[in-house]
Design a protein. Structure first.
Length: 375
């Protein structure tokens, strides 16, 4: 059992940290300066107790997962993010893969007799796969299995698609929504601040561009997620800046569902000399995100990248969602050095993982409607 917030308040001698603990107890928002202070000064038990308080107030012991599968249309990409172990430039496309619409539909059909609720489509930015191609894909998936929720395309893919099709962000989003796209995943956010973004992902959509695309989706009533790639060359200030831009947009639109911190993995990429963050630092980040992002309903740890044991641990540090029963088509992390080389967990595995730490496993759909309580 974790320490209660009252015990933490009693035992904290540092006045500014004590004040933050009082704020969280009273459900008062903390400032950016206070968030930075937590990164700089607060130890894991302190932020853990506060985050757990917030988590249990919001969700009790409920821990969500969903049944989904991924389609990765291609790993050929016009961009060259330094941390990416997954993409291949078009000039080396023979080393990569490119799926036709029929091949992707065949993947969808392999799940015909399975109780899957979501397909997650995300991949590299292929110069020849354009908006018309993806509209056709979405329409065909929809026609084949209308109840399947189509969550797809990072703002990076969308930005490229819209620019190539010469449509505005608003017009492009509307066309995809009309074709059957229902929500957006949170990828491509990395670190918004240009000081870092220009170094690690300088040639793709800017932080403002990413936020713009999510805002346009929210304005159409679509829900989206947000990620942050952390634990590389960014400083605490950049994390605070990133989360504050998300909190601000969420105040405006309320369209984000889940914040997903993504731990930088350093294998097979151009940043292999950058050490990975420690597990203590990972858990501190989850906890601080839960404390700071008071308008985000959910905090997700993505087990294929963090590893299942660490994802389980994160359930004590603010996390209330551990994604889904992804099958082994997800290559983005195994290629970057995650311990999950073939990321697949059955529903039973996920339920056991959650129950082992005395939380309540709930299957959800993409929009967090509860499907089944497994407790
Ligand atoms: O944007 C790439 C990250 C993201 C590495 O919304 C890396 O439900 C760590 O966003 N080390 C794509 N991370 C995946 C993504 C996602 C995943 C699961 C669920 C959802 C959701 C979204 O993967 C990229 C990038 O930030 N990534 N390379 C790496 N070496
Ligand atoms: Fe391309 Fe995405 Fe990899 Fe960047 S992270 S190189 S945009 S596949």
């Amino acid at each position: 059992m974790s320490t209660s917030i009252d015990t933490i308040i009693d035992f904290t001698t540092d006045a500014s940290l004590k004040n933050i603990a009082h704020k969280i107890k009273n459900a008062t928002r903390i400032t950016n300066e206070e968030c930075l202070l937590l990164f700089e000064k607060a130890d894991l038990p302190f932020v853990g107790a506060l985050a757990n308080h917030v988590r249990e107030k919001l969700h009790g012991n409920k821990t969500y997962f969903n049944r989904n599968f991924h389609i990765e249309p291609t790993n050929v990409c016009v961009f060259s993010c330094k941390f990416c172990a997954y993409s291949r430039l078009y000039a080396h496309k023979e080393e990569g893969w490119e799926l036709s619409i029929d091949q992707m539909l065949d993947i969808v059909k392999t799940y015909d007799d399975k109780p899957i609720t979501e397909v997650h489509i995300v991949g590299g930015v292929h110069p020849k796969m354009n908006m018309a191609y993806f509209i056709e894909l979405i329409q065909k998936i929809h026609a084949h299995r209308p109840a399947l929720h189509v969550k797809g395309f990072t703002a990076v893919e969308l930005d490229y698609m819209f620019r190539k099709a010469k449509v505005s962000v608003e017009e492009g989003m509307l066309q995809l929504k009309n074709a059957g796209l229902q929500s957006l995943p949170g990828g491509g956010a990395e670190i918004f601040h240009p000081e870092i973004r220009n170094i690690i992902a300088g040639d793709k959509v800017t932080g403002d561009g990413w936020l713009n695309i999510h805002e346009a989706a929210h304005n159409l009533g679509m829900h989206t997620n947000a990620t942050m790639l952390y634990g590389h060359i960014e400083k605490y200030e950049h994390r605070v800046d990133h989360m504050s831009r998300l909190r601000e947009l969420q105040d405006k639109t309320k369209g984000f569902q889940t914040f997903i911190p993504l731990k930088f993995r350093n294998m097979n990429n151009d940043m292999s000399d950058v050490p990975e963050s420690t597990i203590t630092e990972d858990m501190r980040l989850y906890a601080i995100a839960r404390i700071y992002l008071d308008n985000f309903p959910h905090l997700k740890s993505y087990w294929p990248m963090l590893g299942r044991q660490n994802a389980q641990l994160s359930l004590s540090f603010g996390v209330n969602d551990i994604d889904g029963t992804i099958d082994d088509s997800t290559k983005i992390y195994s290629m970057a050095g995650s311990e999950e080389q073939t990321p697949a967990m059955s529903t039973e595995d996920l339920v056991t993982l959650i129950k082992q730490v005395k939380r309540q496993p709930i299957e959800r759909d993409t929009l967090y409607n509860e499907i089944k309580d497994f407790s």
